[in-house]
Ligand binder design. Structure first.
Ligand code: NAP
Length: 254
């Protein structure tokens, strides 16, 4: 895969997994996160496995930072073929405790950040005459709900509204826009939610394990492939069957 790829939120978790898998297939990857040290460490790890990766600090909720990110990819890799809009945050707050600033922070990073990332990369994707945009949404919002995450769920459902219209607008340029919808994936961010959360989630998943970052990365890799060129505005759920049971009873006999 001789492609130039931007992965936002590439320093940790799912984004780092996406960057690692794409680089293992020959892609040149620009990893983006706010914490430069962590992003550089992730890029160095990829280079140590003979992959091609560089890192930069950018906040996807900043239009200026997104412009710099696109410029860096052009400067270092000569253009942009694939954009993985993966950066996201998931702080929890029940509605009664949530204030407008909590809401804005989550929507700014997860939803506006997706728009700003796509917008900044669009001229380069168009210039290539083909392009792939892969958004990391979630089952939470598009399919399920979870107490404490009404802002997060709204942001993740909003991403799907965004991709459906973007897919139509960008189709004439041969650019596809799709999303992966992870269930519970074992990442640094999910580990921070604690062992009790992880154990409860495991019990709700028919496959009886949390997903790996590679589980999500390979779905993203498919959507970014040449072979997926006629798929746009669509989603792939990567959740070990978590959204399937009608109730806990459906899992008790397993
Ligand atoms: P994570 O381990 O917490 O990693 C998040 C990544 O995003 C980090 O690289 C972080 O780096 C970066 N990031 C956060 N805010 C940013 C900003 N404003 N600008 C640029 N980068 C930013 O999270 P994860 O679990 O891998 O989740 C990644 C994505 O998958 C998110 O969109 C999340 O909603 C989605 N997702 C995850 C799960 C799951 O179970 N893990 C399930 C469904 C969906 P910095 O903090 O240094 O910026």
């Amino acid at each position: 895969m001789d492609r130039s790829v931007i992965v936002t939120g590439g320093s940790k978790g799912i984004g780092k997994g996406i960057a690692r898998v794409f680089a293992s297939k020959g892609a040149k990857v620009l990893l983006v996160a706010r914490d430069l040290k962590q992003a550089e460490a992730a890029a160095a790890e990829i280079r140590s496995r003979n992959g091609s990766a560089i890192a930069m600090a950018a906040d996807v909720s900043s239009e200026k930072d997104c412009a710099k990110m696109a410029e860096a990819a052009v400067e270092r890799y000569g253009g942009i073929d694939i954009v993985c809009c993966n950066a996201g945050i998931f702080p929890a707050a029940k509605l009664e405790d949530m204030n407008a600033a909590d809401w804005d922070e989550v929507l700014d990073v997860n939803l506006k950040g997706t728009f700003l990332t796509v917008k900044a990369c669009l001229p380069e994707l168009k210039a290539r005459g083909r392009g792939r945009i892969v958004v990391t949404s979630s089952i939470t919002g598009p399919i399920t709900g979870y107490p404490g995450w009404s802002h997060y769920a709204a942001s993740k459902a909003g991403q799907l509204g965004f991709i459906r219209t973007a897919a139509i607008e960008l189709a004439p340029y041969n650019i596809t826009v799709n999303a992966v919808l992870p269930g519970n994936i074992l990442t640094e961010g999910v580990e921070a939610l604690g062992p009790e959360y992880i154990a409860r989630m495991r019990s709700a998943i028919p496959m009886r394990r949390l997903g790996s970052v590679e589980d999500v990365a390979y779905a993203a890799l498919f959507l970014a492939s040449d072979e997926a060129g006629f798929i746009s505005g669509q989603t792939i759920v990567v959740d070990g069957g978590q959204v399937l049971p009608e109730s806990h009873m459906a899992l008790e006999d397993l």
